[in-house]
Design a protein around this ligand. Structure first.
Ligand SMILES: [Zn+2]
Ligand SMILES: [Zn+2]
Length: 351
C-alpha cells in the first residue's frame, strides 16, 4: 500500500510552486519512512525548477536538505527504528557495485539516484524531494542527526554542510593551515564555520566591504576585499586551500595568485567553462592546483554530521512556511537571505 503525501511542486519552468498530492512507495524491506520536519532550500532547487541545466521533467518536488523523524522501517532495517531523528541529503540510491560506490563515494556513481528530479531505480517512478510531508528512503542513504543540534539549522548540513566539509577534509584544513573562502552565501558561511572548527586560520574573500562583522561572527579571522588590488597583493602566495563557492562564472586567476606554493583552489559552486580562462603559469611555476568537489558519500556525510554535533555547528537559517516558498526563491535570487531558508513542514500539515 503506497501512502498519499502532500507537497509543493513546480509544473513547468515558468510556473510557481503549488500544492501537489502524490504517492510514496510502500516500504521495501530495507526502506525507512520519515516524517519530514524541516527542509532547507538550496540554490540547486531553483536551478532544477527553472530548468537552468536542461532536461527537466515536471512536476518537480524539490528539496534535498531533509531532517525528520522515522515513522516506520522495513523488516530488514537494522540501523534505525521508529522515533529516530534522521536526515536525507542529495542522494537516495546508487548502484552499490561500482568503484565509486565501493569506496564510499556514492556521489560519483554514474547510476546514482538524486533525491528529486530523478528516476527511482526500483520502480522507475520519479523521485520527489523534501518539500513534502514524508519520504521513503533506502536505509543506506539515511543519516543520523546527532542529539542536541537545532533541527532547522541542521537541515542545510545535508547539502551545504557536506559540500564544504568534504574539500576541507580532503585537503587537510586544520591547525597551521590557511584557508580562504570565496563567497558568503549558504555554502560560504558553512565553509567559514567548518574551517574555523577544524582549527585553520580562516579568511573570507568578499567583493565588497560591509561583510566583515558577519564574517568574523561566522569564524573568519580576516576579510580580504577581492576588488581591492592592494589587499589582494598583500595575500599573494598565502593560502594552502581556497574553497570557491561562487555559483556563477567568474575570474579565478586573482585567487590562484593568492594560493601558496602547492596550494589548491576547489570549485564547489559553479559548473561550466571558466571565462576568462585559467592561466597555467602560476600552477606550473608554483605547483598550484585547481580542483572540484561534489557533496560526498554517505560515510563522510555522517562523519560531517557527527563533527557538527561535537562542535554544536549548524547553519544560520531563516525558517519559512511552505506557503512562502515562491517569495523565498525571489529573495534568494537577490541574495537576500542569511544564510539559508529552511521550510518548517508543520506549515504543510496545518494547510
Ligand atoms: Zn543542494
Ligand atoms: Zn555505483
Amino acid at each position: 500500500m503506497s501512502t498519499s503525501v502532500r507537497g509543493y511542486a513546480a509544473h513547468s519552468a515558468d510556473s510557481e510552486l503549488v500544492p501537489f498530492a502524490f504517492k510514496r512507495r510502500d516500504l521495501f524491506p530495507d526502506d525507512v519512512e520519515i516524517d519530514i520536519y524541516f527542509c532547507g532550500v538550496c540554490h540547486s532547487d531553483i536551478h532544477h525548477v527553472k530548468n537552468d541545466w536542461g532536461g527537466e521533467e515536471y512536476p518537480i518536488v524539490p528539496g534535498h536538505e531533509i531532517v525528520g523523524r522515522v515513522t516506520r522501517v522495513g523488516s530488514s532495517v537494522t540501523r534505525y527504528k521508529q522515533g529516530d531523528m534522521v536526515g536525507v541529503g542529495c542522494l537516495v540510491d546508487s548502484c552499490q557495485q561500482c568503484r565509486s560506490c565501493k569506496h564510499n563515494l556514492e556521489q560519483y556513481c554514474n547510476d546514482n539516484t538524486l533525491t528529486y528530479a530523478d528516476l527511482d531505480r526500483h520502480d522507475g517512478t520519479r523521485t520527489y524531494g523534501g518539500y513534502s510531508e514524508k519520504i521513503v528512503v533506502t536505509e543506506h542513504f539515511v543519516l543520523r542527526i546527532p542529539e542536541g543540534l537545532d533541527l532547522a539549522g541542521a537541515a542545510p548540513l545535508l547539502c551545504a554542510g557536506i559540500t564544504t566539509y568534504s574539500p576541507l577534509r580532503r585537503w587537510n584544513a586544520g591547525p597551521g593551515k590557511k584557508v580562504a573562502v570565496v563567497g558568503l552565501g549558504g555554502l560560504g558561511h558553512m565553509a567559514l564555520k567548518l574551517a574555523k572548527a577544524m582549527g585553520a586560520e580562516v579568511t573570507l574573500f568578499s567583493r565588497s566591504p560591509g561583510k566583515e562583522e558577519d564574517a568574523r561572527k561566522l569564524g573568519a579571522d580576516y576579510v580580504v576585499i577581492s576588488t581591492d588590488d592592494r589587499q589582494m597583493g598583500s595575500v599573494t602566495d598565502t593560502f594552502d586551500l581556497i574553497i570557491d563557492t561562487v555559483p556563477y562564472n567568474h575570474d579565478i586567476n586573482p585567487y590562484i595568485s593568492t594560493l601558496s606554493v602547492a596550494g589548491t583552489i576547489v570549485l564547489v559552486g559553479y559548473l561550466g567553462p571558466l571565462d576568462p580562462t585559467v592561466d597555467s603559469a602560476p600552477m606550473v611555476f608554483r605547483g598550484k592546483s585547481l580542483a572540484g568537489s561534489l557533496i560526498c558519500g554517505l560515510l563522510e556525510t555522517q562523519e560531517m554530521l557527527d563533527f557538527c554535533g561535537e562542535h554544536g555547528l549548524v547553519s544560520d537559517v531563516e525558517i519559512i512556511a511552505i506557503q512562502d516558498i515562491n517569495e523565498a526563491y525571489f529573495r534568494m535570487l537577490k541574495g537576500d537571505v542569511k544564510y539559508r531558508f529552511v521550510i518548517d513542514l508543520e506549515s504543510l500539515r496545518k494547510q
